[in-house]
Design a protein around this ligand. Structure first.
Ligand code: PLP
Length: 430
């Protein structure tokens, strides 16, 4: 291997000339798309720096607090930065919000009361929320506390079913939950603009209803965010986009003062709210992760678009397709066979900086009705802003792919997946 030679380096990582050349041909056609992504990242980078400057972020804010965490200046300032960047009046950004699901549960249960109704006008919410809401029977669900739930599915073509949404809004409707990302469902991801149209429609009929957006996987993909189009609350996970790969835990809730305060009384206790919650040394990675997030999201988006174009050219169904505009970082590829999904995930694993030597296998994961295979070689357990892939072993045999802290890693992952499909005989040639 000649030092400094990129082709040799790819070869040493097990990428053949055939796979590399195929990838190059595809990449060469994507430069104008990549330029647009860089433009968005540039704007978002400035937006984050402006938020940090406006709040006079200083190295004193990186100090850790313990115990109750009263007067945690770093935590309070970080929450002001989130409120500034995402245009809310207030925010909760905490290691005590242990996941995206927890943050969503805190926002919902803090703002709903017995007798209230929750409405999802965009179809079934993310799997883990089914038990939070009580769609699937579960101890401690909102349903047990007397909160009812109504759902209006998207129309066949992915548009909003405005007639039935209007009918579903009633005297009890208190909160509307709008999921931006398709997650693992087959529906389009919503652009922030479309979320705005939906919020306007709902507020025209009932101005006092709270509109909450599940923003998971959507942060920094566009130059505007849900608060810019009338949302009252937006919620997400710090081990996805806004943690920039550095946050080792955490969730956030941004919104109006009233909605965030109510969530805070659920997170800690009534009367105490935002005043407690030691930051335990997490402030510095939370700030730095937010600072890096626009660039990290840009890398993940380039990887998703590269994957879409590589696999579309090979004749597989991909969603979104190779040319569509993007509103989250998730890419699905339908292989049509178990062997395809398995080879793809093996390839992604082989590209990882961590645990590249292990082989992912399908297994009976609790809560799923089929075997599932997962590939992740991450620095933070379960982090899906890092390069990761998974797929249920059932028709139509699709793999879901997301993340990549850098574009170069995402690219290597896709090239390794191609190589694995060749090596396993799923693809005869490129
Ligand atoms: C990931 C995700 C969640 C849940 O987040 P966890 O951190 O996995 O609990 C909720 N909604 C959507 C759309 C997601 O992508």
């Amino acid at each position: 291997m000649k030092p400094g030679n990129k082709n040799d380096m790819y070869e040493s990582l097990g990428v053949s000339k055939e796979a590399l050349d195929f990838g190059r041909t595809v990449e060469a056609e994507l430069y104008s798309r990549f330029k647009d992504i860089d433009e968005t990242a540039e704007y978002n980078q400035l937006k984050v720096i402006k938020g940090m400057q406006d709040n006079c972020v200083s190295d004193i804010h990186f100090a850790a607090t313990t115990g109750y965490g009263y007067n945690d200046l770093g935590r309070d300032t970080l929450e002001n930065v989130y409120a500034s960047v995402f245009h809310g009046e207030s925010a909760l950004v905490r290691p005590q919000l242990v996941s995206g699901t927890h943050a969503l549960h805190v926002a919902l249960s803090g703002n709903l009361r017995p007798g209230d109704e929750l409405l999802s006008p965009v179809g079934k919410p993310y799997d883990t929320l089914e038990e939070v809401i009580g769609i699937r029977e579960s101890a401690g669900s909102l349903k047990e506390y007397g909160v009812t739930y109504r759902q209006v599915d998207l129309l066949e073509d992915g548009s909003f079913d405005f007639d039935n949404i209007a009918k579903a809004i009633n005297d009890n409707t208190k909160l509307v939950t709008i999921q931006r990302s398709k997650g693992y469902a087959v529906r389009p991801t919503l652009s922030v603009e479309r979320i705005g149209e939906l919020i306007s429609f709902i507020k025209n009929r009932k101005p006092e209803v709270i509109c909450m957006v599940d923003n998971c996987y959507g942060e920094f993909v566009e130059t505007i965010e849900p608060m810019d189009v009338g949302a009252d609350l937006m919620v997400g996970s710090l081990i996805k986009n806004p943690g920039g790969g550095l946050a080792p835990i955490g969730g956030y809730i941004v919104g109006t003062q009233e909605c965030v305060d109510r969530a805070s009384y659920r997170l800690s206790a009534p009367g105490i709210g935002k005043e407690v919650g030691a930051s335990l040394g997490m402030n510095q990675p939370f700030y730095q992760g937010l600072f890096l997030a626009p660039a990290v999201v840009a890398g993940a988006l380039k990887g998703a678009i590269f994957a879409a174009n590589v696999y579309e050219r090979l004749g597989f169904d991909v969603a979104p397709n190779g040319r569509e505009s993007r509103h989250d970082i998730i890419q699905s590829i339908t292989f049509g066979t178990p062997e395809g999904v398995i080879a793809f995930c093996k390839g992604i694993q082989k590209a990882a900086p961590v645990d590249s030597f292990v082989t992912p296998e399908p297994w009976d994961m609790p809560g799923y009705d089929s075997q599932v295979i997962m590939a992740a070689g991450a620095f933070i357990q379960g982090s899906s802003i890092e390069l990761s892939a998974d797929g249920p072993i059932k028709p139509p045999y699709s793999a879901y792919f997301q993340g990549g802290l850098t574009w170069y890693h995402a690219k290597l992952g896709i090239l390794k997946s191609l190589q694995q499909l060749l090596d396993d005989g799923v693809l005869k040639k490129l």
